[in-house]
Design a protein around this ligand. Structure first.
Ligand code: TYD
Length: 213
């Protein structure tokens, strides 16, 4: 089974994964935890380029780097793990491109779906958990984390643009959840962490993955 975790930054998906994975190990479930960008060796080099902010990228070049990352990741990491019978959980996958590059940057969604299909050879997730949160809350969380880690805090116009961008992305995720109700489950990520985690375990339970809590 192939599961993806999706949502805007600061929605808590990575923290849930940090708690979930040891619980899966305790149950003796064989799984692979992976992420995008950066789930393969090539991907780690691409991740540095995509996220360091120093390399200037056009929107189109950025898209193709995400797709290159995904093509390698799907074929070299995800498909072999699924063939071995492992559960695969990826922090971000195709829906991130549909929401960030599509809804966020305004690229055509049908074209993005075609390009993604080509990149991964039709390997879509069986289940996608969408961590839904108001970007105002997630940006506050991110800002707090930055202050704690001593990283510069951005304010002003850039922040307002970011908020607007993330609002579009959130709407994109909610639209996906409506469009693919079989595959997507929405998790209310504004609730306390334990409740969010519990909801996730309930969803997994509904898909045959039981965790002792
Ligand atoms: P990351 O540091 O992994 O953040 P997070 O913890 O929020 O997942 O950064 C991933 C960033 O890359 C995030 O801003 C979303 C963006 N992204 C895209 O724009 N398109 C994509 O296809 C993917 C996979 C990620």
């Amino acid at each position: 089974m192939f599961i993806t975790f999706e949502g805007i930054e600061g929605s808590g998906k990575t923290s849930v994964l940090d708690r979930l994975c040891p619980a899966l190990s305790d149950e003796g479930i064989s799984f692979v935890r992976t992420r995008e960008p950066g789930g393969s060796e090539l991907g780690r080099a691409l991740r540095a380029m995509l996220l360091d902010g120093r390399t200037s990228l056009t929107n189109e070049a950025e898209l193709f780097l995400y797709l290159a990352d995904r093509a390698q990741h799907a074929r070299q990491v995800i498909a072999p793990a699924l063939e071995r019978g492992d559960l695969v959980i990826s922090d971000r996958y195709i829906d991130s491109t549909l929401c960030y590059q599509g809804h966020g940057r305004g690229m055509d969604l049908d074209r993005l779906i075609d390009l993604n299909n080509f990149a991964v050879g039709g390997l879509w997730p069986d289940l996608t958990l969408i961590f839904d949160l108001d970007p105002e809350i997630s940006l506050k969380r991110a800002r707090r984390r930055n202050i704690e880690e001593g990283i510069e805090v951005t304010q002003g116009r850039y922040e307002a643009e970011r908020l607007d961008f993330h609002r579009r992305i959130r709407r994109g995720y909610l639209a996906l959840a409506e469009q693919y109700p079989q595959r997507c489950r929405t998790v209310d990520a504004s609730r306390p962490f334990d409740d969010v985690y519990y909801h996730v375990t309930q969803i997994l339970e509904g898909h045959g993955i039981s965790l002792d809590e």
